[in-house]
Design a protein around this ligand. Structure first.
Ligand code: ZN
Length: 206
């Protein structure tokens, strides 16, 4: 997971490219093909299209590279952590949700960003077709590119419906992925500090 994963698909999808009626009619076709013509004629296709356009794929409407744009000077150089940011994403292999919590940390090199901006970044990159490993890498890469800190880390913990819904005995299994950049890569003390905070539920900033 050390190589930067290439972005699959588009970074930004313009609103006008999203055709909700076409989405709804293709969902109706899908239901018909599944032998469920009554469901195809119900309100389900329209509601499903809305949920995908408004929530599950809404992250494509924002450019993640501009979200942390506003920063201000930091004098302390102290580790900043933002823990337990809830997110929902969609597994690109099965088109089923995976969801959980994102934990972000960075060691500033003169620049700070708002904690709400970090949460907005999680939202923007999660509400897309993703795989958890790539989402983890993208989050930490945007933090590095936007704030140029001495180091950054991202830990994601998630439950995947494509695992739990298909195999009942795996229901609730959590997948953890981690990405380190800069000083986090080789500093096991820094890594331990973050993981202790993550496991302990942590505090907003330490
Ligand atoms: Zn999947």
């Amino acid at each position: 997971m050390t190589d930067r994963a290439p972005e699959k698909g588009h970074l930004i999808v313009p609103v006008e490219a999203v055709d909700r009626d076409a989405m709804a009619s293709s969902i109706a076709e899908f239901l018909t093909a599944a032998g469920l013509p009554d469901a195809a004629r119900s309100g389900a296709p329209q509601k499903t299209a809305e949920a995908w356009a408004e929530v599950l794929l809404a992250g494509y409407r924002e450019d993640p590279t501009t979200i942390l744009g506003q920063s201000w000077p930091d004098q302390t150089g102290e580790l900043v952590t933002m823990l337990s940011v809830p997110f929902v994403s969609v597994c690109e292999h099965h088109l089923l949700p995976f969801y959980g919590e994102a934990h972000l940390a960075y060691l500033p090199d003169g620049q700070l960003t708002g904690l709400s901006r970090l949460a907005a970044l999680v939202d923007c990159l999660a509400r897309r077709l993703q795989v958890q490993e790539r989402l983890t890498e993208q989050l930490v890469d945007v933090v590095m590119d936007s704030l140029q800190p001495k180091g950054a880390a991202c830990v994601l913990e998630a439950v995947h419906d494509c695992v739990g819904a298909r195999t009942l005995q795996h229901r609730g299994s959590r997948v953890q992925t981690v990405a380190y950049r800069g000083e986090f890569r080789d500093n096991s003390g820094l890594q331990d500090r973050l993981l202790r905070l993550v496991m302990g539920g942590g505090v907003a900033s330490q």
